[in-house]
Design a protein around this ligand. Sequence first.
Ligand code: KG4
Ligand code: ZN
Length: 347
Amino acid sequence: MKVLGIESSCDETGVALVEAPADPTQPPRLLAEALHTQAAMHADYGGVVPELASRDHIRRVLPLLERVLADAGAAPADIGLVAYTRGPGLAGALLVGAGVAVALASALRRPALGVHHLEGHLLSPFLASPAPAFPFVALLVSGGHTQLMSVRGVGRYELLGETIDDAAGEAFDKSAKLLGLGYPGGPALARLAERGDPKAFALPRPLLHSGNLDFSFAGLKTAVLTAHRKLGPQPGEQALADLAAATQEAIVDVLVAKSLRAAAGTGAGTLVVAGGVGANRRLRERLNHAATTRGLQVHYPPLALCTDNGAMIALAAALRLQHGLAVPQSDGAFDVRPRWPLADISA
Ligand code: KG4
Ligand code: ZN
């Protein structure tokens, strides 16, 4: 069956079409996907403006849908299920995707399915080959979430630890802002860090030795602010690159240490990394290195599908469908869940 996915939880409009074979041992296959990122629109404000985000989703979603169908060589009537991000995310932005998805499903006389955004991220490495094998530990690192999950199968998620304040992506973004790198600063900070010496500044590794699997990044931001102030009003290029490298290293150190601890604690031989920060090169380098020395398998989504996209939403719906876990709706009614713990959908 062909599953359409629509993502609109934050500042990316994503649409994708996935083929879900009836046989659950056959992984779903991505047929086409299209994305529009609003980053440039929000850059002037230093962060996402929810009202602007909603309005832009409205403008983008149908042209993206047409492009995806054309790229896949499919007609609207070929769509068997319309999946959309039900939450968590910005209420107005979610409502756009949900409204369009449910209206389209009604017009096509097909069911619709609301998907958990984090389940999409969590399962996104199934869009890469080889697909990861269950059970695995998942490190979910995005702009809004930092969580370690134990994943025993589709729909079987257990939270092992999470951030008690800022998310890892937020730590990247807020530090980048302090260094004058604009929004969203994560990728810019990572680029600047490539030219820096991470040892030039001693920054804290919050909760590194806490003994549990929780994270805290708020203190790091304060330390970056203090270090930046000490550089004076006009810091040199190299000093800024060094501070960027030190910041990235502090975040990556904690993420790597806790992920390895989670894998060891659960006995899982596979680690899955998903979410926007999963695109970070240094994080991948460090995890891959640690994995080789420990005999761990590490899986990532394709680089372009680390950040928000429609493919992961279509994929999560397809996997749920294949495993008999989807309860699609056909009554034209829908709601969104701006706050929605992943535990609520776990068996
Ligand atoms: O998953 P995502 O697109 O959106 C959320 O659901 O939050 O993640 C976006 C986050 C932002 O904080 C962004 O700065 C960060 O991922 N990010 C990165 C990199 N690429 C994206 N952080 C560090 N290094 C990168 N290469
Ligand atoms: Zn996301």
